[in-house]
Design a protein around this ligand. Structure first.
Ligand code: ADP
Ligand code: MG
Length: 531
């Protein structure tokens, strides 16, 4: 049989998304038991936060990892939140159908792929055979709903094993989900702890309780009441549009003229802008959008992307932390002597709005190191793996950023927090671990870092001035009695004590110190003076 004939006889088949992710689970972060344990926590915690702060609810989240008695490699992971809950009608699909999500919209959220929870469930199911259990009470519902389910991998649909409704006497709302997976706690331990800690840094308005398999409990109580502004859903921006999206918008909007279509489908496009664009693009405003050829659509998409006068993408869909929250988080967890944070104005790449934020924590309990401790966040998710391939590392790396200009000399006790908030974070993979170096993002990161570092420099300069003043006081105070003695001998009619006081007063004036400051300084110096 010839090669060609062999190819002709080849069998073709299709795969459901469940099958695909079952076979390629490592690309979603489920490649090994330790990584899977970390990833499961992460996906469930992210869902819990998406169900709370995105809706203006102050998160109270509990995470429990238990080692099962019948198999020491099996862990039950339970995450409970006080969020909006899930309509019982959608629970089976939300947890039993890969690529089913309520977050496929233009609004910042931690989850976006409709994958995370299902990956944990799928992984647990194939490694331990155990189903997922979900309790949920959505806001506005009077009962607590319980589901036990598995995923039918071949058909990508849920299999409901049991269902129950319970009274909700305490009027609880939220979700509690438990999965059993194969894990490796001893290897995952430090990453899991680090993940929880970094989540706490980013959510100083949340209460988080974590119980590990050895029964250790860590709690992070909120240190600030302020919450970030919740994101709003927005229409697409014309600069980000392609042919497929145009077709879908034309179908959804049901407009009779191009003018009407543009005004209803896109953000920031009013009648005037639409008219100006159509004139520029030489398109008849009365043309019926329902009857456009593919080649016309491709041309239209290109022109929409290229027209320079659309308003920049709206940042309403974004929810940055804001400087106050970043500073509170860094202060509460890292206990530095100085913090500063900046939130840049919204920018865009390829029609996607984004906001860059940078925080710096310095000194205090931060251990000195040869490079800055980098805390990366994307849409508020802490990123722990693949640090060196992230654009944020490229920017803070001492080989690329001149820290000396900002009075930071390594080894230095410094941590840098970076955050990119966007309706589309350019992750390098579906595991969502590192951000690609899009030039616009890199540029903003560098500007934000400079802005924050300038404030750090001001602080360090001030500190150095104070230290120099202190040194001068030491020297002066040390020699005052001797000088006073000699002066008194020369001056004759003034006693030694008065001369000493005069000298100290002159010193205070010179350094522009108040009495209290001076006393404080001198008190702090006693040891060194006696030496
Ligand atoms: P994604 O988070 O990317 O949408 P997931 O598989 O993690 O995908 O979750 C699927 C859907 O299930 C979510 O879009 C959300 O609607 C719902 N969901 C999951 N966890 C929770 C939760 N703790 N509270 C409310 N809804 C949830
Ligand atoms: Mg999710």
């Amino acid at each position: 049989m010839s090669k060609v004939q062999e190819t002709v006889r080849e069998k073709y088949r299709s795969m459901t998304p469940s099958q695909f992710f079952y076979e390629h689970r490592e690309i979603a972060g489920f490649g090994s038991p330790s990584r899977a344990l970390y990833q499961t926590i992460r996906e469930l915690v992210e869902n819990a936060l998406d169900a709370t702060d995105v809706y203006g609810i102050k998160p109270r989240i509990m995470v429990v990892i238990e080692r099962l008695e019948d198999n020491p490699d099996h862990y039950r992971i339970t995450v409970e939140d006080n969020g909006i809950g899930i309509n019982p009608k959608y629970v089976p699909q939300a947890f039993g159908q890969v690529l089913f999500s309520s977050k496929y919209k233009l609004r910042q959220a931690r989850g976006r792929f409709g994958l995370g929870a299902k990956m944990a469930i799928l992984y647990g199911q194939i490694k331990t055979g155990k189903p997922v259990e979900v309790y949920t009470s959505p806001i506005g519902f009077s009962k607590i709903y319980y589901y036990k389910l598995k995923i039918d991998i071949e058909h990508n649909r849920p299999i409901i094993l049991s269902y129950a409704e319970h009274e909700n006497k305490a009027l609880w709302h939220g979700t509690r989900i438990s999965v059993v997976i194969e894990g490796d706690w001893s290897r995952a331990r430090s990453r899991v702890y680090e993940y929880i800690k970094r989540t706490a840094i980013a959510t100083p308005y949340a209460d988080i309780i974590f119980i590990d398999p050895e029964g250790n409990m860590v709690t992070y109580k909120h240190s600030i009441d302020k919450m970030p502004r919740p994101p709003r859903e927005v229409k697409p921006h014309p600069h980000g549009v392609d042919i497929e999206q145009l077709k879908r918008l034309i179908k959804d909007v049901q407009a009779n003229s191009m003018l009407e279509f543009l005004v209803s489908a896109f953000q920031g496009v009013g009648r005037k802008t639409a008219e100006a664009f159509l004139k520029w693009a030489k398109i008849d405003p009365n043309l019926n959008p329902q009857k456009l050829s593919d080649s016309f659509l491709s041309e239209l998409a290109r022109k929409l992307r290229e027209y320079p006068k659309f308003r920049p993408p709206s940042a309403d869909s974004l929810s940055p932390f804001g400087p106050e929250i970043i500073e509170a988080g860094l202060r509460a967890i890292l206990k530095p002597e100085f913090v500063v944070a900046v939130s840049r104005r919204p920018k865009a790449y390829e029609g996607h709005p984004f906001i860059i934020e940078v925080g710096i924590a310095y000194g205090g309990e931060i251990p000195p190191a040869n490079e800055p401790l980098l805390l990366r966040y994307a849409n508020k998710i802490p990123l722990l793996y693949d640090e060196k391939s992230d654009v944020a590392w490229k920017v803070v790396d001492p080989r690329n950023f001149n820290w000396k200009d900002y009075m930071v000399v390594f080894p230095a006790p410094i941590a840098v927090l970076t955050h990119i908030a966007s309706t589309k974070v350019p992750y390098k993979g579906v595991g969502k671990e590192s951000v690609a170096d899009v030039p616009e993002i890199e540029h903003e990161l560098r500007n934000a870092l400079r802005e924050a570092a300038r404030k750090l420099r001001l602080y360090l300069m001030q500190k150095r001035r104070e230290e120099e003043a202190k040194r001068r006081v030491i020297t002066f105070v040390k020699y005052t009695p001797e000088v006073a003695k000699s002066l008194a001998t020369i001056l004759k009619d003034v006693d030694e004590k008065t001369v000493q006081e005069m000298l100290l007063t002159a010193m205070k004036r010179r350094l522009r110190l108040e009495d209290e400051d001076f006393v404080k300084l001198v008190e702090g110096l006693e040891v060194s003076i006696e030496e």
